[in-house]
Design a protein around this ligand. Structure first.
Ligand SMILES: C[S@@+](CC[C@H](N)C(=O)[O-])C[C@H]1O[C@@H](n2cnc3c(N)ncnc32)[C@H](O)[C@@H]1O
Length: 255
């Protein structure tokens, strides 16, 4: 839960008693989230493949491409995890491009290094250890719910982008209808952990996916996310939605 230094208005999560069962302070949230990802890292790709029914790579590449990622660009992939967004970004930028993968979880980054030979940074989105204005394109996949403060994160994104650069933040959003929410909850909290157990992914993945659903359920609205991007100074803030739940938030740094 956010501390006094983190105003509730900038948190990506609304107050929710279910989230209080995981941790009670911001420091504890940070440590436990990292531990959760570290211990589930070995099975993350398998569980993600089940959740996305195998469409994950295709969708990530499609989202990056329609956001304007092109050959030769300099990319920062924030919350890179095991590298599922980074891998698709590398395909699009080709050998002339350059990608840096940033994540606070050493376990997730170790998995990423098994598939990609790129520069990695063990760090948080809230404090990116890169100079101002060096990046053409910044991506973040399915991690906005894990940051402490949207305002701080979007200010950091704007700082590291070159003038004219683009940020593309992919996130799952809560379905609008009660039936949609029920089906998604049954799928993410029931079917995915069961299939993960059957495929011997271990209890760590079950816990991660329960938390996954609880944070989707508690997320602030897409409009609030876009307002935070505008407050940080992003121009042309917009979002694309696929199948009502997969969303990309996009914004540019003024040229
Ligand atoms: C659900 S995974 C997503 C990984 C990858 N982007 C993908 O598309 O599969 C979320 C990642 O966010 C990372 N993360 C959590 N809190 C973060 C923060 N404050 N800043 C940057 N990354 C964070 C976790 O370590 C984890 O690797």
């Amino acid at each position: 839960m956010p501390s006094e230094q983190t105003p509730r208005s900038a948190s990506p999560l609304q107050a929710d008693p279910q989230l209080d069962t995981y941790f009670s302070t911001e420091a504890e949230r940070r440590t436990k989230t990292r531990e959760m990802f570290d211990s589930a890292a070995f099975a993350y790709d398998r569980a993600e493949g089940i959740t996305a029914l195998g469409t994950g790579a295709w969708y990530r590449r499609y989202a990056l491409s329609r956001a304007g990622l092109r050959e030769g660009m300099r990319v920062l992939d924030v919350a890179a995890g095991t590298g599922l967004v980074s891998r698709e970004a590398c395909r699009l930028i080709g050998p002339q491009g350059r990608l840096t993968a940033l994540d606070p979880s050493p376990g997730m980054l170790a998995e990423l290094r098994k598939k990609l030979d790129v520069e990695t940074l063990e760090a948080y989105a809230e404090a990116i250890p890169l100079d101002d204005g060096g990046v053409d394109f910044l991506s973040m996949g399915y991690a906005l719910r894990h940051v402490a403060d949207l305002d701080q994160v979007f200010r950091e994104y704007l700082r590291v982008l070159k003038p004219g650069g683009t940020a593309c933040v992919m996130e799952i959003t809560r379905p609008r209808s009660a039936l949609g929410r029920l089906l998604m909850k049954l799928y993410i909290r029931g079917v995915v952990p069961l299939l993960s157990r059957l495929s011997r992914s271990g209890p760590e993945v079950g816990l991660l996916w329960e938390y996954y659903w609880d944070t989707i359920q508690a997320s602030v609205s897409p409009e609030e996310v876009m307002q935070a991007m505008r407050r940080a100074g992003f121009a042309e803030v917009r979002s694309n939605v696929t199948l009502g739940v997969f969303r990309e938030y996009l914004g540019n740094k003024a040229a």
